[in-house]
Write a protein that binds this ligand. Sequence first.
Ligand SMILES: [Zn+2]
Length: 428
Amino acid sequence: MVLGKQSIPFAFRAAFACTMAVLTLISSSRSLAGVLAESDIGISSAKDHDRVEIRLGESAVVRVVDEVAEYKRFFIDLYSTEPGFPDRVIPLRNGILRGLQTIAYPDSKVLRIIFHTTGSVPFRVADAETAVPFPATSVSDTGFARLRPTSRHLVVDVSRGGYPLPDLKPVGLRPLRPGGGAKRLVILDPGHGGADPGAKSIVTFGGRKLEEKDVVLSVAREVYRLLNKSPVVTAVMTRDDDREMSLEDRVAFAEKTDGDLFVSIHANSTKYHGRRDARGIEFYYLGETSDPALRQLEMAENLVDRSSLNKSESEHWDLIWKNMVKDNLDMQRPYGLQVANLVNEVFTQDVYFKSYNRGVKSARFRVLMNPVMPSVLVEIGYLDHPREVRNLAQPAFQQRIAKLIANGILEYFSQLDSELEFYQYEMN
Ligand SMILES: [Zn+2]
């Protein structure tokens, strides 16, 4: 079953339609909009408690919408407000909030701030000066009656400990740093391992066929080495030896490690995907399968999961996919695409990969389905292409791929975080 738009729950579509109706109504009634800077949003945490403060413009009007029970999120629409920054996803660690997401509707001068929670936790949005909470509406309730009058300063509390609230020390507005840490954390995931070799070469090297699990491990190790040289990046690996690891374990590792980016490294075979003479690099982010021919590759990369073999394969993936769509996917997917595009861009500066570039695609790889951070999968080349495999077998070529991947990751981080210096490696 291919899941298309029709699989989005009806309630969600209805909600979206209502929301757009409100946005349109409001836009015609107001023209002046205040600009919200990133430094107007601050966050602080205590045990079982997260607090977000938002400093608003004079003309801002607030609407709070509760979707926690359904989608583990609530959001605030700020009318007459424009952001001074692009739409972003801000993962948060160690708290009850999993992350913030901002979406601007410039035509309506509305800024939506979505608060993704870890579960059904109570939240409260209050005016900081009067401490009067804003009633939350459900998304299907529309109309001006639900909008609150102007406030200058909002306090959003999410508390597992319940209310009354613990006394959080006033921290003032501490500007957000996406990811919340001084260092960026990357999880590198060399595919396959142990009894699962992945794709194999046809030609032999020293009497042995080249196996995907070995090539991607050596590339990942080099990316790891390069990234850890940067003072502002930490890299970790899901496996750093020849070990079998289920896809579930890789995803669990990602969730537990709670990084800023997950990069899975694989090598391809025309058996799974592509014409007989296919070669070159390919980048994937999590999404609907962009090409029916990719189903074969999806299955090949997803099949490793032994635990799913007692169920119908497609049923298993469809179920996970549905849950992902419901809960989290909308939060991470745009970032996965952004990373894939940036890494691809770096690769196109290389003479070989400029010629042999198969571009950015989306597919439903199980290993990318973690809700915590953006994820990409790189297929570094075709092990059954007679010329390309000779390159892939060479340590120097593997190091070149690793350097390009590292530079792509550093480029992504530097775009996220202009305050930190992410030096890239020179290509030779
Ligand atoms: Zn693979």
